[in-house]
Design a protein around this ligand. Structure first.
Ligand code: FAD
Length: 466
């Protein structure tokens, strides 16, 4: 046999054989499994998921499910092809042994792998006080079980709902409450809703939208305590401005926490930020050296992006999970020259208060914003975000058809302010500060420190903050 055909055989075997384990059996996990089979992987495939359910779709949970239009258990993801996998559902991965190439499960099983995909996503950040968080009537929303419980509680006709936090999901829930005719209060530490993702200028518009719809929106205020009745049901909330509010339902919509605990001690670059990886979805070890056989996709991944000055960015968006899963799958079974980069232009959408909000790029990377089309007063507009003289993101309110146009500008790193398309221009097209929160606020996160003195012993370690 010639060397060339020997190499070809080896490549074909590498591509098709072996054991691949995917931890996290949801959107990214399922789409990666499908893509692996699509790309010709014939080896053993195992999907491990701690939820008992088959993969389901999360976006409808805060929209159609809470409305009562779709049942929470009717959100299963469409299967795009057969995956011929072993499904280990309802059992969590609790550890990763990289030396022996094994995933450790909560039931004591050990699953061998040759290549591993980490797709464990994020969970809802819990209420800061565990006792209060366990009260009846206090909810978070991440899973279909959460959605089923919250849907039932909302449809039981509570006297007042309190939503703490007004990012996309909190705002969507407030919108659903209004449509159900429920009195709803939203509290937000920042100046307005959506400020973390879209900045204060859009936050002002979102705040007006909420108030016009009847939401009792309180900004610049935090909830300090929840009080319960004798039956352990939440009945009152106490705010940082001294006010109190009678409530029957509290929904904590405080953002997310990445599911990385099972990777403790595995020596990967895993922390509160997710799992660091390169643009080809290969995980970094704790020293920032790329691994060969461990890949990352979906909400938990954090990778450098060429369009954003190579900053490490994680994107908790549906499109990113699907696209990242496909790239990871391709790269898991490809030689170096066939590997692809996952360089998505993030896209996001949200439906709230009768408005279709869509975005492209990383708006929070911008420091300036300019309205380029339509009318902010009528909540029908497009706005672009700029950083160092180039466009980095865009958001549209009921103007989604222009998203592609702005996406193409962002991909080309076009100048900011960008040339708006030919018509429907607002009178004032002066860029103004986008008003994102100050990122320089200290956090409680552990430090990564360098240890060792000579080059052979030099390496990184996590040190918890005291
Ligand atoms: P996940 O869907 O979080 O899946 C990770 C899975 O891994 C979970 O099943 C988890 O339980 C499991 N897991 C975690 N730890 C372990 C472990 N140790 N062992 C085994 N399994 C584990 N995006 C949009 O773009 N537009 C929207 O409108 C939108 N709306 C949303 C509304 C809601 C209510 C939510 C919750 C999300 C929404 N998203 C939206 C975000 C989108 O759903 C996510 O980006 C997507 O689900 C990410 O997929 P993933 O597979 O990476 O992570």
């Amino acid at each position: 046999m010639s060397t060339a055909s020997l190499v070809a055989d080896l490549v074909a075997t590498f591509r098709a054989e072996g054991r691949i384990v995917i931890v996290g059996a949801s959107l990214a996990g399922l789409r990666a499994a499908e893509a692996l089979r699509e790309c010709g992987f014939r080896g053993k495939l195992t999907l491990i998921g701690d939820e008992p359910h088959e993969p389901y779709d999360r976006p409808p949970l805060s929209k159609q499910v809470l409305q009562g239009w779709v049942r929470a258990d009717h959100t299963r993801l469409a299967r795009l092809r057969a995956v011929d996998a072993e499904w280990r559902l309802g059992v969590a991965a609790t550890g990763l042994d990289r030396v022996n190439r094994q995933v450790l499960l909560a039931n004591g099983d050990k699953i061998d792998y040759d290549r591993l995909l980490i797709a464990t996503g994020v969970r809802a950040r819990p209420w800061f006080n565990a006792r209060e968080g366990a009260l009846k009537g206090v909810f978070t929303l991440r899973t279909c079980d959460d959605a089923a419980r919250l849907q039932a509680a909302l449809h039981a006709g509570p006297r007042r709902v309190l939503i703490v936090g007004s990012g996309f999901i909190g705002s969507e829930m407030a919108s659903v409450c209004c449509e159900l005719g429920l009195p709803v209060t939203v509290t937000e530490r920042a100046d307005g809703p959506l400020v973390g993702v879209l900045g204060g200028v859009i936050g002002d518009i979102a705040a007006k939208m909420q108030r016009d719809a009847g939401v009792d929106l309180r900004t610049g205020v935090a909830v300090e305590a929840l009080e319960a009745d004798d039956e352990g049901h939440v009945r009152q909330a106490r705010f940082s401005d001294g006010a109190t509010l009678d409530v029957d339902i509290v929904v904590a919509s405080l953002g997310s926490v990445r599911n990385i605990e099972w990777l403790d001690g595995a020596g990967l670059a895993a922390g509160f930020w997710g799992v660091g990886c390169d643009a080809g979805c290969r995980a970094f070890d704790i020293n920032g050296v790329v691994t060969d056989n461990i890949f990352v996709a979906g909400d938990i991944a954090r990778a450098p992006h060429v369009l954003y000055e190579y900053n490490f960015i994680s994107m908790e968006h549906w499109d990113n999970a699907v696209c990242g899963a496909r790239v990871a799958a391709n790269n898991m079974i490809s030689l170096e020259t066939e590997r692809r980069a996952h360089l998505p232009l993030p896209m996001f959408w949200s439906a709230q208060f009768g408005v279709n909000i869509k975005g492209v790029g990383v708006c929070s990377f911008g420091d300036e914003i300019v309205f380029t089309q339509g009318s902010p007063d009528q909540r029908r507009f497009a706005a672009a975000y700029g950083h160092r003289g180039r466009i980095v993101g865009a958001v549209t309110f009921d103007h989604g058809k222009w998203l592609e146009y702005y996406g193409a500008l962002i991909e080309r790193s076009a100048p900011f302010p960008p040339p708006p398309p030919g018509y429907d221009r607002p009178r004032d097209m002066t860029p103004i500060p986008a008003r994102f929160p100050d990122p320089h606020v200290p956090t409680e996160i552990p430090d990564v420190v360098l240890t060792g003195h000579d080059p052979t012993s030099r390496g990184a370690e996590f040190h918890p903050r005291s």
